[in-house]
Write a protein that binds this ligand. Structure first.
Ligand code: NAP
Length: 374
């Protein structure tokens, strides 16, 4: 059985990855070798077989034993270990959740229900680096990839509504703690049905504005009961790194921009909202032609087994197109589909997906399967 290295399995993405690998029987096909940056020699998780002790994730000789390494350890680890491992002569397959290698020429961004042809061509060329995409981009393409495949998109703009979990476990904890603090501030007033709502509102905003550095350590500002219209680094040109990824990664996944097909112009405003898990996006799509709405819905619905077209009604949208409905599931609902008032070739849409599943863990384990099936 294929000795497969697993690094970063204890983190948020890594834990979801192990759950999915177990659910899909991936461990039946490999001999897993678990690594740790913090607990060398410790006990490997229950999925371990004959290799029951944790290996040192910085030990190049131990890593070199594996033909396939999957890492969800993070960008700093990749920056440190990956070049040294290659320099030491390792020519195995590197599957990674971190952004570090995504835009390198010798790397493919993996989302096989959308770009299996790009992956297969890369395998045939001998490419060895297969990197999971930005979570928001992957969830969006799982939803409306059909429109790109049919070359119907002239340009697109997105406004994202991204959950706290995109930042990691500590961010989720901070959000909930902030909600708790706000509730505690007005608990007595809420218990009295006759209390004045403006008094409740005043106390909440005062508490939000008085949050300490410790209470906002991870997001920098209060997120509970608020939003943050900036995600990731400031590129210095009025855009955030997250917004840049929306265009650069989408086109790379689709195999556009660098060769035959021109890049599709895409621009975004990325917003952090007080949801726990699941990234959502509101899209404006300029179509290349006036395709009937029913045809668009049928194309989207037929694209893959996870996408679900949600009827554009208040009831269906409120129930099926929310983080509450989608968290922890593989579903990719697409709704609010309608032609916009500005013209028959302008399409509005809203998509949502669990960014720890399709946005992070799932493409990694599916790439493992692709390699094992070769
Ligand atoms: P994370 O939860 O911070 O986990 C990363 C590593 O931190 C773990 O593997 C673990 O390594 C170490 N760690 C230290 N203290 C820990 C604790 N108390 N609990 C669990 N792990 C702890 O990071 P992540 O959110 O999974 O992200 C991993 C990579 O995936 C990053 O590059 C990220 O950008 C990327 N990514 C994240 C998302 C997302 O939605 N969060 C989506 C797509 C891609 P050791 O076991 O070696 O100590």
């Amino acid at each position: 059985m294929e000795l497969t290295g697993l690094v970063g399995w204890r983190g948020m993405v890594g834990s979801v990855l192990l759950e999915r690998m177990a659910a899909e029987g991936d461990f039946d096909l490999i001999e897993p070798l678990f690594f740790s940056t913090s607990d060398k020699g410790g006990r490997a998780p229950a999925h371990a077989k004959s290799e029951a002790r944790l290996q040192d994730a910085y030990d190049l000789e131990a890593l070199k034993r594996c033909r396939i390494i999957i890492t969800a350890q993070g960008g700093d680890y990749t920056k440190d270990v990956y070049p040294r491992l290659r320099a030491a002569g390792w020519d195995g397959y590197w599957i990674d959740a971190a952004k570090t290698l995504r835009m390198q020429e010798d790397a493919v961004i993996i989302l096989d229900p959308v770009n299996r042809a790009v992956i297969d061509a890369a395998l045939a060329r001998g490419v060895r680096n297969y990197i999971g995409g930005n979570c928001t981009v992957s969830c969006m393409l799982m939803g409306i990839g059909a429109l790109f495949k049919a070359d119907l998109v002239e340009w697109m703009t997105c406004t994202t509504y991204q959950a706290a979990s995109g930042g990691g476990a500590q961010h989720m904890r901070e959000l909930l703690t902030q909600y708790g603090a706000l509730h505690a501030e007005v608990r007595d007033l809420l218990a009295d049905p006759k209390s004045a709502i403006l008094e409740i509102d005043r106390r909440v905003i005062e508490r939000q504005r008085a949050m300490t550095d410790a209470e906002t350590e991870h997001f920098g500002v209060p997120l509970g009961g608020s939003l943050i219209p900036w995600i990731d680094a400031d590129r210095g040109d009025g855009t955030s790194l997250e917004e840049w990824k929306g265009s650069a990664e989408t086109n790379k996944i689709l195999g556009r921009g660098a060769g035959a097909a021109p890049a599709v112009p895409i621009d975004s405003i990325c917003v952090r909202v007080g949801a726990m898990r699941c990234h959502s996006q509101s899209l404006t799509i300029k179509l290349k032609s006036d395709v009937p709405l029913a045809d668009i819905e049928a194309m989207i619905a037929a694209d893959n087994e996870w996408v679900q077209v949600v009827p554009n009604t208040r009831a269906a949208s409120s129930h099926a197109l929310t983080p509450v409905a989608v968290s922890g599931t593989m579903k990719i609902p697409v709704g609010r589909l309608r032609k916009l008032a500005i013209g028959a070739d302008y399409l509005g849409a809203f998509t949502i997906g669990d960014q720890l599943l399709w946005g992070a863990a799932e493409p990694l384990r599916r790439m493992l399967r692709i390699l094992l099936e070769r």
